[in-house]
Write a new protein. Structure first.
Ligand SMILES: *[C@@H]1O[C@H](CO)[C@@H](O)[C@H](O)[C@H]1NC(C)=O
Ligand SMILES: *[C@@H]1O[C@H](CO)[C@@H](O)[C@H](O)[C@H]1NC(C)=O
Ligand SMILES: *[C@@H]1O[C@H](CO)[C@@H](O)[C@H](O)[C@H]1NC(C)=O
Length: 486
């Protein structure tokens, strides 16, 4: 190392040899001089050591952290050893080797996780690391040839797990790990038993998992606070309060062991240990170039529609604003494009139809549906279509690691309440934006694209942080605070 070369250059004898030599010496004068040289060299050595470490921390220890909305823009990993330049320090993740019944076996019999309403069987959705079948022959451009898949949103657990297997800082030594990943397919497991089965079937694998985890030495270190897992279902699905069969979901997140872990989920709820991450979209690029090419393509799009909406009415749902939204869309004199998912279910699941619709629109309406969030939000961002929200829980309070805090920059908010009582109209609100304002917002949306997509694990997006990378940065920072390690 440079430092050692420097020291030997100035002090050919190293300090220990000087010391030895001093004992052999009989000259007092010489001895005093030597003491001085020795002291000086020790002081210099420590100054240089400190200096070296400072430089090292600045170049390697701090990683820029986009998308995180807390004041500090830097991330500082936990344990730093001065002797090593290991860029994985503070980023090591240990992945639990779970019994297969918690993941592999869940997807092995893919018919069991397939619902009659699914467009493809889940067996198809499992292809290509969980991205689903490749989309070929999408109209328009060469661009569509690479990286596009018919992705089912519930596959996020498999997609994330496959990315995790390729994470650059995996470790088999759990004592150096900053976080512990639990590759449990929570949502897919529940999907097998959500409809026809009683509560004990829905709850059993969660109870088994917690029992398995809490016996492990990895658990005892932080009582699970450094553990995390991912769910392709919304958080509410795991918070069934009673044991009535008619009540929805499982009780997994109410189990004492489960509560201590962080759950990454497509939609968080009231628990502070549930953190929302983007729904998977149709685009899983394998190179930076594919991302940039797509962004360029979107910038040049002709967008004949001011706004569009793909969805269905929710007539059974009390207080749903969807009927109002659809009425306003249909009354807008061709400014709005409506794709009715109640009458053309297949089109609403067809990536080509949806992407072509969204990339022809300036704004895309994203009202709550069965729950507050929608996968469509991320499909619209992916199309450079500015999302319009009607509830803060549809995005602003959810994706704090992936979407900017200043939501006026990339989206429009129309209060659902005001819309319902006729205080504001959608068209009336959206026509107010100038051409420049729309362009500036769209550019913000297009810049968000890399951070909301899940790249192909079979290759790497070398300089781009995708949704997975941002989630890992977020989780490491969160766990560092939770466990107060240093
Ligand atoms: C492809 O798109 C163009 C316009 O963008 C349209 O005229 C043409 O009919 C489309 N072809 C197919 C096969 O959808
Ligand atoms: C962990 O151990 C497994 C099995 O021995 C091995 O295949 C894998 O490469 C190891 N991973 C790392 C990150 O050392
Ligand atoms: C969860 O964490 C709390 C402390 O916050 C601890 O008292 C409790 O024992 C933990 N639960 C389990 C199952 O480890």
């Amino acid at each position: 190392m440079k430092l050692h070369a420097l020291i030997t250059q100035f002090f050919p004898e190293n300090p220990t040899r000087n010391l030895k030599w001093k004992h052999q010496s009989r000259s007092k004068n010489c001895s005093n001089q030597l003491w001085f040289v020795l002291l000086f060299s020790i002081v210099m050595f420590f100054i240089l050591l400190c200096f070296n470490q400072l430089l090292f921390e600045n170049s390697k220890g701090f990683v820029s952290f986009p998308g995180k909305s807390t004041g500090s823009a830097t991330y500082f990993p936990g344990k730093l050893k001065s002797s090593s330049k290991d860029s994985c320090l503070g980023r090591y993740v240990y992945v639990h080797d779970l019994p297969k019944r918690f993941n592999e076996d869940v997807i092995k019999d893919c018919q069991l996780i397939t619902r009659p309403t699914d467009r493809f069987s889940m067996c198809k959705s499992l292809e290509n690391s969980g991205f689903g079948p490749r989309i070929r022959g999408l109209n328009g451009s060469e661009l569509w040839k690479n990286g596009w898949f018919s992705t089912n949103q519930f596959m996020l657990e498999v997609i994330f797990h496959n990315r995790m297997k390729k994470y650059e800082c995996l470790t088999n030594d759990s004592t150096v790990a900053s976080a512990v990943f639990v590759p449990y397919y929570a949502g897919l497991d529940l999907r097998r038993y959500l409809w026809r089965f009683g509560v004990s079937m829905r709850d059993s694998s969660g109870i088994d998992l917690v029992d398995w985890l809490t016996r492990k030495p990895e658990w005892k270190r932080n009582l699970g606070k450094d553990h995390f897992f991912i769910s392709g279902r919304i958080a509410r699905d795991f918070r069934r309060k009673s044991n009535r069969k008619s009540e929805w979901g499982s009780n997994f997140r109410l189990l004492p062991g489960s509560e201590n872990m962080t759950m990454l989920t497509i939609e968080s709820g009231s628990s502070k240990n549930d953190i929302a991450v983007p729904y998977p979209t149709y685009f899983h690029p394998s190179s930076n170039f594919q991302v940039h090419q797509w962004q360029e393509f979107l910038r040049k799009q002709n967008r004949p529609y001011l706004f569009s909406f793909a969805g269905a009415r929710r007539s059974k749902q009390k207080g749903s604003i969807r009927a109002e939204i659809i009425n306003q869309c249909q009354a807008s004199n061709k400014l709005c494009n409506f794709l009715d998912c109640a009458s053309s279910i297949n089109k609403c699941d067809d990536p080509a139809t949806l992407m072509n619709m969204f990339r022809s629109s300036v704004f895309c309406l994203q009202p709550p549906g069965d729950s507050l969030t929608r996968r469509s939000t991320f499909d619209s961002i992916l199309s450079g279509c500015i999302p319009v929200f009607f509830h803060p829980g549809s995005a602003y309070t959810q994706y704090v690691w992936h979407l900017p805090k200043d939501h006026n920059k990339y989206s429009v908010f129309i209060s659902g309440k005001d819309l319902r009582v006729g205080k504001i109209g959608i068209k009336q609100k959206l026509v107010q934006f100038s051409k420049e304002e729309k362009q500036t917002m769209r550019e913000e949306v297009i810049k968000l694209i890399p951070g909301i997509l899940y790249g192909d694990p079979r290759s790497r997006l070398d300089t781009i942080d995708d949704a997975f990378d941002l989630a890992i940065k977020g989780i490491l920072k969160r766990i560092e605070i939770l466990t107060k390690r240093n």
